[in-house]
Ligand binder design. Structure first.
Ligand SMILES: Cc1ncc(COP(=O)(O)O)c(C=O)c1O
Length: 422
């Protein structure tokens, strides 16, 4: 979504006349608003982070920007003052507002969006409820995060559904779109009912070509009846809030993502999106309290939630939309390219994230010769830089850095300087 620069500046709450003038007097400017370095500083000031640190790991759990924080506070006060009355007066309208904001950000219809507490919850709902017959199989890969693999394992335990795991590549750094798509294509057989994948791998930073995979699946589906149709299900958490996509064009049938990572949404929030004609392949697992008018409502788990968080989620989508999806993507890719270029040229570093932008997003994974990943993370933290290692559930143990909207080029340089010294 491209927005006016004025709307962007207003949305982050600080007038910027001088910069605006500079922008509009620019004789030759690219299509769309230009975001200047000082604008990104204004974005950073929306967060109450400890700025003594370089936060290269905000992709784990979001810090709340001011509009999100204020909305949470507003709802909390209302609920504390008169819980039931506030709930009755706000539940319907607030939930719909969140789903509308998510739909507008993703360019889809709000009826297709269910609200969850996390990526994991959405994946659990899909992999528990998706209709797979005993003679069909679920195809996944060795590169998935625990949430996908364990949801699928649990399903196998319950129903005996067959689960097959494949490798997508022989090394993430040098892989290609063709290698990944070919491996999926050659692994699909007439029994394949579900293909369960993660968009951006948190083990290596590899972004898989979902659109191209969606195309081969859609071609295969042309010769299949509805009950045999392959459903492409995606853990999208490390792409949402980074990549400039319209979800309908991504090519998947289901997409689960926490909104408490790259989206800066309230902690404990997420969305589950389904293609309009895919929802009838899934049965809800948890009874909804949201009504039954749309698939998104039916699939939204019921029970009382931490409503002050859930109802503030629209602010996070609006925050991102006001910056502009195009600008967000460009900025995150620029910072990641800067980091990867720097690491690639260090003799002591082994980079595992591919260089091309079409195969990477906001996570960079690497090893430093002579150091364990934990030692590197410790050395960085000693210099006030927050990094992480890949979780123990993965075979690969690497250092992870994730430059995002809360970082700037000089922080990337500062991080590279520490790694260079190792
Ligand atoms: C690929 C991937 N999926 C899912 C998760 C978990 O997300 P959530 O906390 O939203 O369930 C993580 C890490 O936290 C992850 O790396």
């Amino acid at each position: 979504m491209i927005i006016s620069r004025r709307k962007f500046v207003n949305s982050i709450g600080i007038a910027s006349g001088a910069v605006l003038l500079a922008h509009f007097s620019c004789a030759k400017r690219p299509v769309g608003p230009v975001i200047y370095p000082e604008d990104w500083e204004r974005v950073r000031r929306q967060f109450d982070l400890d700025w003594d640190y370089v936060h290269m790991s905000c992709f784990h759990l979001a810090s709340h920007p001011k509009p999100v924080k204020q909305a949470i506070e507003r709802h909390r006060e209302g609920l504390d003052e008169n819980p039931l009355r506030y709930y009755r007066e706000n539940a319907g309208v607030c939930e719909k507002r969140v789903r509308l904001a998510a739909a507008s950000y993703l360019n889809t219809d709000y009826s297709q969006i269910a609200l969850t507490d996390s990526t994991t919850m959405g994946l659990g709902l899909i992999y528990t409820g998706v209709k797979v017959r005993g003679d069909q199989e679920i195809l996944t890969t060795e590169h998935e995060y625990y949430s996908t693999l364990e949801s699928l394992n649990l399903r196998s335990l319950r129903t005996g559904a067959e689960l097959r795991k494949i490798r997508l590549h022989n090394g993430s750094f040098n892989t290609s779109i063709d290698e990944i798509v070919d491996n999926i294509y050659s692994s699909i057989n007439p029994r394949t009912r579900v293909v369960a994948l993660t968009w951006v791998h948190s083990s290596t930073g590899l972004k898989i070509p979902v659109r191209e995979i969606g195309e081969i699946i859609s071609n295969t589906n042309k010769s299949r009846v509805d009950d045999d149709r392959i459903l492409l299900c995606i853990d999208g958490v490390h792409g949402l809030g980074v990549e400039n996509i319209n979800i309908e064009e991504l090519g998947c049938d289901f997409f689960s993502a926490g909104t408490h990572k790259w989206m800066f949404g309230p902690r404990g929030t997420g969305i589950l999106w389904g293609r309009d004609d895919a929802w009838n392949n899934v049965v809800a697992t948890i009874p909804t309290f949201s009504g039954s008018g749309t698939a998104g409502q039916t699939m939204t788990p019921g029970g009382f939630h931490s409503f002050e968080h859930r109802w503030a989620l629209n602010e996070a989508f609006d925050f991102h939309s006001s910056i502009g999806k195009e600008q967000v993507e460009k900025r995150i890719h620029q910072l990641n390219t800067q980091l990867k270029e720097g690491l690639r040229n260090m003799r002591n570093v082994n980079l595992h994230t591919p260089m091309p932008e079409e195969l990477s997003a906001g996570i960079v994974c690497f090893e430093v010769n002579g150091f364990t990943p934990n030692e590197v993370v410790k050395r960085l933290e000693d210099r006030y830089i927050i990094a992480t290692t890949t979780p123990r559930t993965y075979k690969e143990r690497y250092v992870r850095l994730a430059p995002g909207l809360l970082n700037n080029p000089s922080e990337v340089e500062r991080t590279l300087a520490v790694i260079r010294e190792l």
